[in-house]
Design a protein around this ligand. Structure first.
Ligand code: MG
Length: 240
């Protein structure tokens, strides 16, 4: 043993972790509202039609997801359809619905019906070599689909290689709760002060701040307006 081994404390701090919301932050809020949600509504019945009723959770991937709905919902195509329409029309962020939407959107992306219009400055940010994570109420599965099919100057590009991880409401909790951000910090294994969270939603930004993260409100065309009080109190950006 010629050389002693010195163990230095790590000098690579996690001080530059960026946690990004999707809708209204890296892509237009209207893509989700005007493209993804309507696409789901126009196409989901085809998937319901191929499901066995009452739902057999062992039948296939879709059935195993749908089996997560309450038993009374999964008895027939009619009860399932009613439940799905109820969740969608009330904008209820239900994890089973989110997973179902992910399946329908996957087919849309595969067929080339769907392409994710990520903002140009967000693409540059993704390509900058920074440590980036995603936190969206859309399922992790749907998040990956989106970043697998990014519209870059009209060409499809896979940007999943730029991301270190994904969080959703099933992995971490609801986005307006402080504990969700604490769960993310624990999952990454860093401290809160190492992370900056970006979102169009003021309540999400406040929850992240409460958890000890830095956080910025992202303003994009079509996003909900921000009160003058919040504009004064919060850090606001218009691009990355
Ligand atoms: Mg958002």
């Amino acid at each position: 043993m010629a050389y002693p081994i010195y163990l230095y404390p790590t000098t690579t701090s996690w001080s530059m972790i960026h946690l990004l919301d999707i809708e209204g932050t890296v892509c237009s809020i209207t893509f989700v509202k005007d493209v993804l949600y309507p696409y789901f509504l126009e196409n989901y019945s085809e998937f319901v039609g191929s499901t066995p009723f009452p739902v057999d959770p062992l039948a296939d991937e879709l059935s195993s997801i749908l089996a997560g709905f309450p038993a009374e919902v999964t008895q027939s195509a009619e009860t399932l359809t009613q439940h799905v329409l109820y969740l969608v029309s009330n904008d209820i962020k239900d994890p089973v619905l989110k997973a179902f939407q992910g399946i329908v959107w996957e087919k849309g992306y595969m067929k080339g019906d769907l392409k994710a219009p990520i903002y140009k400055d967000a693409i540059e940010f993704l390509n900058s070599g920074k440590t980036l994570y995603i936190y969206s109420s859309g399922s992790v599965y749907a998040q990956k689909l989106l970043f697998l099919h990014v519209d870059v100057d009209g060409k499809l590009e896979d940007l999943t290689g730029r991301l270190s991880g994904y969080f959703d409401i099933t992995t971490s909790g609801y986005k307006q709760q402080k504990t969700s951000y604490e769960n993310i910090i624990a999952s990454i294994g860093c401290s809160a002060s190492d992370v900056t969270f970006y979102s169009d939603n003021v309540l999400e930004v406040k929850a992240a701040l409460e958890a000890g993260m830095a956080a910025k409100v992202v303003v994009r065309p079509g996003n909900a307006p921000i009160s003058s009080e919040d504009q004064e109190k919060l850090d606001i950006i218009y691009s990355f």
